[in-house]
Ligand binder design. Structure first.
Ligand code: HEM
Length: 552
């Protein structure tokens, strides 16, 4: 029963202490000697533990959080994931003057530099853009879902898609398609659904609306998610499952998800199945479109992205493969699917908390409607329920300011990522090594006093207005739409879409959060900042007399 010194470990110590206390029939002297040696080791162990704990905790001031041997900053990250990771990140960044180095466990891929300093963000997104690509880590993680689409590529493959899509996004034909499809969705689908339901999950309704809308733009097909019975559409479900399963890869060591993928286990199994669903839908649409195009003399009749890219050729004069066409469309759907709808959800939540903002938006809308030559009469507007015209939507400056203020506080893409291609130094002095990852924390930027002043956490649309006119801000302070060469391509469309939907709802309803059942509104950890439990609301219809009050 004599253990050798080399075999000591904590379990053995505990076992020995308990055995020496309770077995009285064994020789006393050796046991006591042994007990003393054991106590010394235990003391040494406790001293080491105290030292490591104090040392790790002392790092908090210097590095923003404790740094543990082997685990690095992982324990803090795990506890943040369980509460609100974005708020935690903001607090750490504030304490570290805008930039810190996250140290993951040994041998993990979690090490990165995190920043919310506008000087660094401009350096990343514009000044030194060529040496900060999306990079191989992002590409590999997202490849199964996004393939070689615009979101997941750098250099020529990205440039080519960007150029073509950019021309299209700014064409009159495309603008007509987007405004017509939006008009139809809002008036024939959204408003009837709202009319029929008092209590709803507004986030779910808005997600359905923007999914249908972006599928019309990308594929030229309406999947019909926003229909009276709110059906589950297999393509939409497959898309949602695929993005959720892909996100899991970012918080897992690479070898783990790769092993799971090869064994077809857990989230990787789900990912494989959901991608099959996405691909099946895309293949069918592409097949049908090819058939239609061979029958149609004028392919230019259809302004959706799929048709446009089908009519183009690559550098070698070859038509794009079906797989590449699929990638292009899937990437656009990801870009435009839920960014506007989650922004609108946070917007409705914020204006309920700030009723004076809601009043001003309503007054602004009615003032614009009063200017109509043909229907200046307020009563007529109230009776036939107005359809907003594009030029009226563009005049809604206060609404635009309230939407920007929402995105400042709740950016749809809360954090974004780059990889370092060459050793470099940030304007704030942080040194970067080739191959390192950089996270720019867009959510935290909205909470920096150094950028927005002492009232940075307040919802104040006025900060976007000068003499009643909307004034945009630097993309490196307000980074909700990214900046530099990779500025969001759908920015103008997204603002138009959000203003159109917000105005159509606010004019008819007061949106009131249903907090009776303890409904909690908090962000979910995902690529896009969804509300974790949706937005359960009561839609309270405005009476004609209530609307009339705003016309005076
Ligand atoms: C409130 C709404 C939106 C927000 C906040 C938003 C934000 C962003 C952000 C942050 C990026 C950079 C992502 C990255 O590179 O990692 C981005 C890129 C992009 N967005 Fe948006 N977006 C919105 C709506 C839309 C819509 C509706 C569309 C299209 C229908 C769209 C199309 C794109 C595209 C194609 C890119 C890729 C640009 C590139 O890499 O060159 N976005 N957007």
């Amino acid at each position: 029963m004599k253990p050798t010194s080399s075999s000591y470990n904590l379990t053995a110590t505990a076992a020995f202490v308990s055995s020496s206390c309770f077995r009285s029939n064994e020789p006393l002297v050796p046991r006591r000697l042994f007990f003393l040696r054991d106590v010394q080791i235990l003391e040494l162990f406790i001293a080491l533990l105290v030292f490591v704990t104090i040392h790790s905790l002392r790092q908090k001031k210097r590095q923003g959080m404790p740094v543990w041997p082997f685990l690095g900053m992982l324990p803090s990250l795990i506890s943040a994931v369980r509460s609100n990771i974005y708020e935690w990140l903001s607090e750490v960044l504030i304490s570290q003057n805008g930039t810190f180095r996250f140290r993951g466990p040994w041998f993990s891929t979690l090490n990165c530099v995190v920043t919310c300093d506008p000087r660094n963000v401009e350096h990343l997104l514009k000044t030194r853009f060529p040496i900060y690509p999306k990079g191989s880590y992002f590409r590999e993680t997202m490849r199964d879902l996004l393939g070689d689409g615009i979101f997941n590529t750098d250099e020529e493959t990205w440039q080519q898609q960007r150029k073509t899509a950019s021309v299209e996004f700014h064409s009159a034909k495309f603008r007509l398609l987007t405004s017509q499809s939006l008009h139809e969705l809002v008036h024939n689908r959204l408003l009837p659904v709202l009319e029929a339901s008092g209590k709803i999950d507004l986030q779910d309704i808005l997600l359905r609306l923007t999914f249908d809308n972006v599928c019309m733009i990308a594929f030229g097909v309406d999947p019909g998610c926003l229909s009276p019975k709110l059906p589950e559409i297999p393509f939409a479900k497959a898309f949602e499952d695929a993005t959720e399963a892909t996100v899991v890869r970012f918080v897992m060591p690479k070898f783990v998800w790769k092993l799971m993928r090869s064994l077809n286990l857990g989230t990787e199994k789900k990912l494989k199945e959901s991608i099959k669903g996405v691909d099946g839908f895309a293949e069918e649409v592409i097949r049908r479109r090819k058939k239609e195009m061979s029958l149609e003399a004028e392919i230019s009749k259809r302004p959706d992205l799929l048709t446009i890219f089908m009519g183009l050729r690559d550098q070698n004069g070859q038509k794009f493969s079906d797989k590449f066409l699929r990638d292009i469309c899937v990437n656009f759907i990801l870009a435009g699917r839920d960014t506007s709808s989650v922004a609108l959800s946070w917007f409705f939540w914020l204006i309920e908390k700030n009723p004076e903002v809601e009043e001003k938006i309503m007054m602004g809308i009615c003032k614009i409607l009063e200017q109509r030559d043909d229907q200046g009469d307020a009563k007529k507007n109230m009776e036939y329920e107005p359809v907003f015209r594009p030029e009226e939507i563009k005049k809604m400056d206060y609404l635009q300011a309230a939407l920007s203020e929402t995105l400042r506080l709740y950016p749809s893409v809360p954090v974004d990522h780059k990889e370092v291609l060459e050793d470099d130094v940030f304007p704030d002095g942080t040194k970067l090594k080739r191959g390192e990852k950089v996270i720019y924390a867009i959510y935290a930027m909205g909470r920096m006093e150094t950028i927005w002043g002492k009232d940075c956490r307040e919802f104040k649309p006025e900060r976007w207005l000068r003499d009643g006119r909307y004034m945009s801000k630097s993309a490196y302070k307000f980074t909700a739409f990214n900046g530099g060469p990779r500025l969001c391509l759908g920015k103008d469309f997204a603002y138009y879409q959000m203003r159109y939907v917000a105005a159509a709802i606010i004019y008819r309803y007061r949106v009131r959060v249903d907090d009776k059942g303890g409904h909690k509104v908090e962000p979910k950890m995902a690529l896009t900042m969804y509300m974790k439990h949706g937005l359960k609301v009561n839609m309270v219809k405005r009476s004609v007399s209530e609307i009339a009050h705003y016309y005076c």
